[in-house]
Design a protein around this ligand. Structure first.
Ligand SMILES: [Zn+2]
Length: 330
């Protein structure tokens, strides 16, 4: 019964009218990660929660063009500095991490639809494909390719599980650096997994704005002040060298943000800060920190097909907030 009412509400256009009024003066930011055809996603051991197919990305963009007005990062930043206005029901499309599939599969679709997008890039991943090491170890284990005992011996670890190994490595810079050196031999496929600088430059010239996602993809809220400052300043410097422009925005890896992370980010020269709190942003003067909505295939599909109705109900009713709630962040 509930589904029939939902269907009717959507079919006769009430959903659209509701959205037009309720979300008029808001900014919705979509957060995506990997874009891979289903077969390749399985072959590469991609985490399906964070992976959508190119067809699904196409449908999401078509949907968003119908119900929202796309904006670029530059438009958002002009509005922040009081020099521009944003359209009603503004929408910003963002991709996190810097996966090579964003070049192969997301870029052609973004170009086709002539919409702006943002790539939040982990700077140590560029031209050095082994740095998202936590994800790569998890993928190796999932594909049954991880020689766990060999890994323990080579890194001199005394643990019983992969999660314990990851925890130990996260807390030991030397072991982490050794692992990063080892990964290309453990996992040759990983060498093609992340974007290189040529691809980033091409993406930048074709509608993508470049933004930071930290230096090493560490959770910034867990770092010491000096480590935090290093993450913020060095990632900014590396990206600016590649894109030959100022980089003044950052999305926080693993959503990890607290007051100190915000203060240090602003001190390091970041003007626009993106969290992973799943809210619609109400626009108020002086706003620096924005929430983003993670979209998975699950949120957009019904009976294995894209569903505008399902995505409408997922997006349009979401909580609207002026402030991102720090308590939600780890
Ligand atoms: Zn990330």
């Amino acid at each position: 019964m509930k589904e029939i009412i939902k269907w009717l509400f959507f079919k006769i256009g009430l959903m659209r009218i509701f959205h037009q009024f309720r979300n008029k003066k808001t900014l919705t930011i979509i957060m995506l990660h990997r874009v891979l055809p289903d077969k390749q996603a399985l072959e590469q051991g991609a985490d399906l929660e964070w992976t959508i197919s190119p067809e699904l990305l196409d449908s999401i963009i078509v949907f968003a063009k119908k119900y929202y007005n796309f904006i670029s990062l530059q438009q958002l930043q002009s509005w922040q500095s009081g020099q521009g206005i944003l359209p009603d029901r503004a929408l910003l499309l963002t991709f996190d991490d810097g996966w090579a599939d964003n070049y192969g599969y997301a870029l052609p679709i973004v170009k086709l639809h002539k919409v702006p997008a943002v790539i939040h890039q982990v700077s140590d991943c560029i031209d050095n494909h082994a740095f998202l090491w936590q994800e790569q170890l998890t993928i190796l284990a999932k594909l049954d390719l991880l020689l766990f005992d060999e890994l323990l011996t080579k890194l001199e670890l005394k643990v019983n599980s992969l999660s314990e190994a990851i925890f130990e490595i996260e807390n030991n810079v030397e072991k982490r650096n050794n692992l990063i050196k080892l990964l290309p031999t453990l996992f040759p496929l990983a060498q093609k997994m992340m974007l290189n600088s040529d691809e980033l430059i091409k993406m930048q010239s074709q509608g993508f704005s470049l933004s930071s996602h930290g230096k090493t993809h560490s959770k910034l809220s867990l770092l010491s002040q000096s480590e935090l400052q290093k993450e913020l300043s060095e990632s900014k410097k590396s990206l600016e060298k590649i894109c030959k422009q100022k980089v003044t925005s950052i999305s926080f890896p693993h959503g990890g943000v607290n007051t100190q992370v915000i203060q240090e980010s602003i001190c390091a020269g970041y003007q626009t800060l993106f969290s992973s709190q799943s809210i619609i942003n109400l626009l108020v003067d002086g706003k620096k920190l924005f929430g983003r909505i993670h979209l998975s295939a699950e949120n957009c599909k019904e009976n294995n097909c894209f569903s505008s109705k399902k995505l409408s109900f997922f997006l349009f009713y979401r909580t609207k907030k002026t402030e991102v709630d720090m308590q939600c962040m780890k």
